[in-house]
Design a protein around this ligand. Sequence first.
Ligand code: HEM
Length: 146
Amino acid sequence: MGFLGNTYPWVKAAHVIFVIFWMAGLFMLPRFYVYHHAAAPGSAEDRAWIERERRLRSIIINPAMLFVWIFGLMLAFDQDLWSIRWFQAKFATVFLLSGFHGWAVGYGKRMAAGHRAPSDKALRIMNEIPAIATAVVVILVIVRPF
Ligand code: HEM
């Protein structure tokens, strides 16, 4: 038994709860950008999307990501999973997902400053990334294919 002792399942539950909050926010944010893309910079609609995006970032996705990492690292150190293949693959996928989070937050700030991509097609593709990452991570932790 690791250093978490009997609290291990509680920490795992907290981990999964914050995973759900984080993913819910990451599904919403790029979808917001698709709608925001159509609003002219400086318009009332533009300002409304900027405020919605700011709140989603500061109230949901940034704190949720932090707690997912804290609880996830506690579980990983407790079980000493660092040399296990499925965990290494999960860690790499989650690392890339955190990079996507950083890109999405940065893109929202650029949109707030008036930037608009030439088309919203790339934004629609970006929308799929959190869904694909969720499927990969859940298969890795539950099925443990290797
Ligand atoms: C941020 C970095 C993360 C770390 C370091 C981490 C680490 C861990 C660890 C060590 C476990 C316990 C595995 C076990 O008890 O055998 C776990 C469980 C779990 N993680 Fe993560 N995780 C992270 C992010 C995520 C993300 C982003 C997702 C989903 C998209 C996720 C989904 C899950 C699920 C569903 C479980 C429960 C699996 C079970 O029933 O045993 N984790 N995580």
